[in-house]
Design a protein around this ligand. Structure first.
Ligand code: CS2
Length: 486
């Protein structure tokens, strides 16, 4: 309808269809929706602001070929829809230079790692892509890691995201292509330092002289700054494709829809040149730790709480769940616990930040599904929820709300059904480890899922609290249990 179309703006920043793609300057691992609505947009804006076309993104998909095929068909161009209330705007993003499917195109990917024009590697490979023990942070010693260590040693194609990174860095070292910055854009505590340590552990497992050689090269030539990334980007839906077609006139199989809000705070520790992301709204700071802590414990922890309680209470979306009074009250209780245990980043007011996060969650236009946020809880809770419990415990304070999140996650994974009996979509790498463990033996369950540090799993009083919440969730349902917290 013409009147509705008046509300719509379609903008293209660094280039329009028919114009050449930018030159490759960044390699990105993990072409998911979040990356396409976040770093790729900042890079597009940075190139538009400077007119410097050297920062095209070389997209690398570790597994799925679909988005790569779509981006190739579309000359790298795709649409980011911004949804807020009844309004939708469409931005055509032009920062993608190339797209490769690592399992089929490893030679091309390795060549880009070895290209001196590429000075930055970014990653969105999700928490589990780091192949680390979620509690200790150490590199796993499982079949996937061993296979990738062998592949990198033999100069063959690695399979995991982390393996692709180390394999690529090895090629760069061999080519003498110079210093590189590796920038994690995943929700981990100290994500850059963590990634640098994991790459170091991986290198140390390489046989012969290669391990020490790569270790020395990394120390001299690679930087791993940390970053806080933020934008709510639900999985794309057929409705997003229909809107992209309606608004831009082009079929788009790589479209993503996001909230208007976006934030990127980056530790200013680069080995060489980089896109002028600060001209696109990113903040470059000396220490990103307080920003990461605040975002993970205020936003992501509340997101997980809403996702588990919401899914159990029968809500499909985060917006519907956060509008449910007992769930909203439980989030307020969680935020009270969190705000008592963290420091505000410079210039931030934490209570206003917490309130703004709730407003963003309430955006009904996003349709962000509870089961999407609920996925991979065993990887997410150690990062976003457990630190609040540990900090409260160290200060001798209770942390009932954060403990309820752990119980709600367990109920979600173990029961796999909402309180009214409907099946839930449960995706969690710990699910297999939990089969055969008696749900009533909560200490064993927590150890089997490797979700809590030993000091908590061995704390009988805390384990009893989790067990009590688990029992209440089973007997009275999520809404009644959440209501108890207020
Ligand atoms: C969410 C995040 O799926 C999840 O676990 O909590 O993806 C969240 O939407 C982003 O971190 C927001 O920046």
């Amino acid at each position: 309808m013409a009147a509705r179309r008046g509300d719509v703006t379609v903008t293209a920043l660094s280039r329009v269809p028919g114009e050449p793609a930018p030159r490759p300057g960044v390699v990105h691992l993990g072409v998911g929706a979040f990356h396409r609505a976040h770093q790729a947009v900042y890079t597009d804006r940075a190139m538009a602001a400077t007119g410097d076309p050297r920062w095209g993104i070389v997209e690398v998909a570790p597994r799925s070929a679909d988005v790569v095929a779509a981006l190739r068909r579309q000359d790298g161009l795709y649409t980011v829809l911004e949804r807020s209330g009844g309004r939708v705007t469409a931005n055509v993003v032009g920062s993608v230079a190339e797209a490769w499917h690592a399992p089929s195109d490893w030679a091309a990917v390795a060549a880009r790692f070895a290209d001196p024009a590429v000075t930055v590697v970014t990653l969105t490979i999700t928490e589990k892509g780091y192949l680390a023990d979620p509690v200790t942070g150490a590199l796993l010693d499982d079949d996937a890691v061993r296979a990738d260590v062998a592949a990198v040693a033999a100069g063959e194609r690695p399979r995991t995201g982390l393996g692709l990174l180390v394999g690529g860095l090895r090629r760069r070292m061999a080519a003498g292509a110079g210093a590189v910055t590796v920038l994690s854009c995943d929700n981990l505590v100290g994500n850059g330092a963590r990634l640098g340590a994991l790459v170091g552990e991986f290198a140390a497992r390489l046989p012969g002289a290669l391990g020490p050689e790569l270790t020395a090269w990394l120390a001299a030539s690679a930087r791993f700054p940390s970053a806080m990334v933020d934008r709510i980007v639900p999985a794309s839906t057929p409705a997003d494709r229909a809107d992209a077609l309606r608004l831009t006139g082009a079929a788009d199989d790589a479209v993503v829809a996001a909230e208007p809000f976006t934030q990127w705070v980056i530790e200013d520790d680069f080995a060489g040149e980089r896109p002028a992301w600060e001209l696109a709204g990113a903040e470059l700071v000396a220490d990103v730790g307080p920003h990461e802590t605040a975002k993970l414990r205020v936003l992501n922890a509340a997101h997980s709480m809403i996702a588990y309680l919401g899914a159990l209470a029968g809500h499909e979306t985060i917006a519907a769940a956060v509008a449910d009074p007992p769930i909203r009250a439980a989030v307020a209780a969680l935020h009270r616990d969190v705000l008592a245990t963290i420091e505000a980043p410079p210039g931030w007011d934490l209570p206003s930040y917490a309130a703004s996060v709730l407003e963003r969650f309430a955006n009904p236009a996003l349709g962000h599904r509870c089961d999407q946020v609920a996925a991979d809880g065993s990887q997410k809770l150690p990062v976003r929820v457990l630190p609040t419990i540990l900090a409260a415990r160290a200060a001798g304070r209770p942390s009932a709300a954060a403990t309820l999140v752990v119980a709600a996650w367990l109920r979600f994974v173990l029961a796999g059904r909402s309180d009214d009996g409907r099946p839930l979509t449960v995706n969690d790498p710990a699910r297999d480890a939990l089969r055969g463990v008696l749900p009533s033996d909560v200490a064993r369950v927590l150890r089997a899922a490797a979700v809590a540090p030993e000091e908590l799993a061995a704390d009988a009083a805390w384990v009893a609290d989790v067990a009590r919440y688990l029992d209440e969730l089973a007997r009275h349902g999520a809404a009644a249990t959440a209501g108890e917290l207020s």
